[in-house]
Design a protein around this ligand. Structure first.
Ligand code: PLP
Length: 407
């Protein structure tokens, strides 16, 4: 008799954004004359930078000629892209990362969801709360947790991110083997200082642990003191994997390209306690289950590292940061405290009220969609996330409506 993976039954009934979509769609059906502005899901709205479009056209033309046509490429990504990444994203910041330590993929969601496959099933997890739900759910699916009791899975050390710690989790007093960190953070928009990251690297060394560092939003960092990569911290090469994505950097959410860095010096331990490098394990996994990102998409991604590409992507992230500044200003004026929005595209508002109630209030009275903090974890209760990903016109209109609704 065929059996299901029972771990899936431990997952909460539905994914946060489907719950939101259902409520929004019900509202729209009941109120067809009231257009809704979405500042909920973190999807970009602005078109691809022109350098990427040009690169896509040129690469597509190459695919159409016998002499330049390409079939399967290297599963890990073409050298031109891996070299541009290593040089611009890491070496230029003093981080020792080589092109062959980079694995190009079609998205960071898959990478940070799939990475847990190369680790044992009985390890101790430390995961922030609130959190991007993928880290928790993929470990639930793999059977690394117990049941969900009162909104939290048994077997996870939750790292509380609260107003008291500025939403940056401190190292716990208990040991963990696999730690998830995300900076600039989704959902809170908080960033970690060099000293805070150094404390995590030290903790990982002491506990022979691995940090999974999600830097999907690094392109929004403007404060020069804030590290863009965990590899800017001494010793991080030996304890951390980093995830990056072109989704928010260059508007690739629909185009799909990302990468994962696994330094060759990074190890985990086998049952006999012998150190085993993780690079060959992920290489084996990646080459077995993935066949590479398409050539035109990798060409488009590489275009962001040209001088013109850097200007265009900076203008794009500056634009969203301009929205974020307006949102921060407006919510502060309404008397709320918030974090994020300065080096991140998300603003995390401390509403002091039930987060789904506040979500319904904004939807019903202002026709604005936000994301209820409780959907990201227990510590998200009392907060909502507002995303800066929208047109200026929509952001301005949404803020006016919110101000009116909360008067
Ligand atoms: N990591 C975080 C923290 C995210 O917020 C997202 C997307 O919203 C991703 C990863 C996924 O990015 P991608 O589009 O590359 O799959």
């Amino acid at each position: 008799m065929i059996r299901i993976n029972e771990n899936y039954t431990k997952l909460k009934a539905s994914y946060l954004f489907s719950d939101i979509a259902k409520r929004v769609s019900a509202y729209q059906q009941a109120n067809p004359g009231k257009p809704v502005i979405r500042l909920g899901i973190g999807d970009v709205t602005e078109p691809l930078p022109p350098v990427c479009v040009e690169a896509l056209h040129a690469a597509t033309a190459e695919m159409g000629r016998r002499e330049t046509f390409k079939g399967y490429g290297p599963e890990q990504g073409y050298a031109f892209l891996r070299e541009a990444i290593a040089q611009n994203d890491f070496q230029a910041r003093g981080a020792r990362i080589e092109p062959d330590e980079i694995f190009v993929s079609d998205g960071s969601k898959c990478d940070c969801g799939n990475i847990q496959e190369i680790f044992s099933n009985d390890l101790r997890l430390a995961i922030p709360d609130p959190v991007y739900p993928v880290y928790v759910d993929t470990n639930v699916m793999a059977g690394r947790t117990g049941a969900n009791v009162d909104g939290r899975y048994e077997g996870i050390t939750y790292l509380d991110c609260t107003p008291a710690n500025g939403y940056v989790p401190q190292v716990p007093s208990v040991a963990a083997d696999l730690i998830y960190l995300c900076f600039p953070n989704n959902p809170t928009g908080a960033v970690a200082t060099r000293a805070q990251l150094a404390a995590w690297v030290e903790y990982a060394k002491k506990n022979k642990a691995v940090i999974l560092y999600d830097a999907a939003y690094e392109a929004f960092i403007r404060n020069p003191e804030i590290p863009h990569s965990i590899y800017e911290i001494d010793g991080a090469r030996d304890v951390a994997i980093e995830f990056r994505s072109f989704s928010k950097t260059a508007g690739f959410t629909g185009t799909r390209c990302a990468f994962t860095v696994i330094p060759k010096t990074l190890v985990a331990y086998d049952a006999a306690g012998r150190a085993q490098p993780l690079h060959p394990l992920w290489n084996r996994r990646h080459t077995t289950k993935f066949n590479g990102v398409s050539y035109p998409i990798q060409k488009a991604a590489a275009a962001i590292y040209t001088d013109e590409g850097k200007k265009q992507t900076k203008a794009l992230t500056d634009f969203y940061l301009g929205n974020a500044a307006l949102i921060r200003q407006a919510v502060s004026k309404l008397g709320f405290t918030c974090v994020g929005g300065e080096n991140a595209p998300y603003i995390w508002i401390n509403t002091g009220r039930d987060s789904w109630e506040f979500f319904d209030l904004l939807l019903n009275k202002a026709q604005v969609v936000c994301t209820p903090g409780a959907g990201f974890g227990k510590c998200g209760e009392g907060h909502v996330r507002i995303s800066a990903f929208n047109s200026r016109e929509n952001v301005v209109a949404a803020l006016e409506r919110i101000a009116q609704a909360l008067k």
